[in-house]
Design a binder for this molecule. Structure first.
Ligand code: SF4
Length: 372
């Protein structure tokens, strides 16, 4: 699977800590660098048949048709795509036009991930999103009428501006669309974001944990009742519509990350590209390489396995942990997991260990209790 990071946005959302730049004058040279990186790293994966391609960012839908066409040509030159390859493209509502939908579909994109976040203007303004509610609704109408693309809707809960009532309306307006997939992210205040700065100055407030928790469980109840499967902490899908790309991450499959700040993993080492557009472009031009990498120790692999598996509804498979890790890790896991079972944070099933209902909201904390 391949991840392509498109590091540009028209406006910075206040909560965002992804790598992006709002200065758009390097997009042509960036596309050239991305193509060169694809050429250079075409043999990174064991197989050149791709199960998924994910265009994330940043805002991939900011690219012109020509730029996107060039990246696609480079991918199809080196990799095989078949009818099962999931090709996801993150699109913001302001970029969704009939013309773009036709073009994206012709390229082979079969799934959109649409950054809606909220159907309430006060939330969008609070978050400093560039689009308004009308644009979101028009964009979704267009995608529904177009009818050829599966789509996921991204929502954010737990901001100061989002009341429980607003959140419930957001969920209702989302399920009314029947998207095959819904991601619900808790708003977190990350360092080095405009939101962090506002919170420090006192001009915006971080929501109490209790509010985040109640909106998390409200979504779980609401979406499950509407037929969605809560298959990962932040992700819901209609039966059979789990995101292939993300599920591959959680199953520790190898992936190639292209573009600034993109991460790669091949089971032995993990690498990440420079997260600065100019430095990335320069490094690719001069050395064909913008990566920093680290070898993974057995402990790194074990901890990562615990963290990713526990976030999913399938949890930690007993056979898999036995097969993948030596006795030292298995003994450690078996002793640590007992106290989490006793405190009702983990449930022991016949073949697996999964988070209990009450532990879903503290998944990372529970995982860290099992880290070696
Ligand atoms: S949330 Fe998305 S659109 Fe907003 S700044 Fe971050 S990457 Fe860009």
């Amino acid at each position: 699977m391949i991840y392509i990071h498109i590091p540009y946005c028209r406006q910075a959302c206040h909560y965002c800590n992804f790598h992006f730049s709002t200065s758009l004058n390097t997009t042509d040279t960036m596309v050239k660098a991305i193509i060169k990186e694809i050429d250079t790293r075409k043999n990174y994966l064991d197989s050149n048949l791709l199960s998924s391609i994910y265009f994330g960012g940043g805002t991939p839908s900011i690219l012109t048709k020509e730029q996107l066409g060039l990246i696609f040509n480079s991918i199809t030159k080196h990799f095989k795509i078949d009818s099962n390859t999931e090709i996801t493209f993150e699109a913001n509502p302001e970029d969704i036009t009939y013309d773009n939908l036709c073009f994206w579909n012709e390229l082979g994109i079969n799934r959109l991930s649409i950054g809606i976040q909220s159907f309430h203007q006060e939330d969008l303004t609070w978050m400093n999103r560039i689009h308004n509610v009308d644009q979101s609704i028009k964009a979704l109408d267009l995608v529904d009428d177009f009818g050829k693309l599966d789509y996921s809707m991204d929502l954010i809960f737990g901001s100061e501006s989002t009341s429980n009532k607003n959140w419930e309306t957001n969920l209702q307006m989302t399920i009314d669309r029947k998207p095959s997939h819904i991601s619900c992210y808790a708003l977190t205040v990350e360092e080095n974001t405009a939101l962090h700065h506002h919170v420090k100055k006192g001009t915006k407030k971080e929501s109490p944990q209790q509010k985040i928790k109640s909106q998390f469980y409200l979504a779980r109840k609401f979406l499950q009742e509407a037929g969605y499967e809560h298959y990962e902490i932040s992700n819901y899908s209609l039966p059979g519509k789990n995101a292939v790309h993300n599920s591959n991450y959680w199953a520790s499959k190898s992936y190639l990350g292209i573009g600034p700040a993109a991460h790669s993993y091949n089971g032995i080492s993990r690498s990440w590209n420079l997260s600065n557009n100019i430095h990335y472009i320069k490094a690719i031009a001069e050395h064909d390489n913008a990566q920093v990498s680290e070898q993974l120790t057995e402990t790194d692999k074990y901890n990562e396995f615990i963290m990713t598996r526990l976030r999913t509804k399938w949890g930690i498979n007993k056979k898999e942990i036995l097969q993948n890790f030596n006795a030292k890790y298995n003994q450690y896991f078996n002793s640590e997991v007992q106290s989490l079972i006793q405190s009702k944070l983990i449930i022991e099933n016949k073949d697996s260990f999964t988070l209990s209902e009450s532990a879903l909201i503290i998944a990372d904390r529970v995982s860290s209790e099992l880290f070696y």
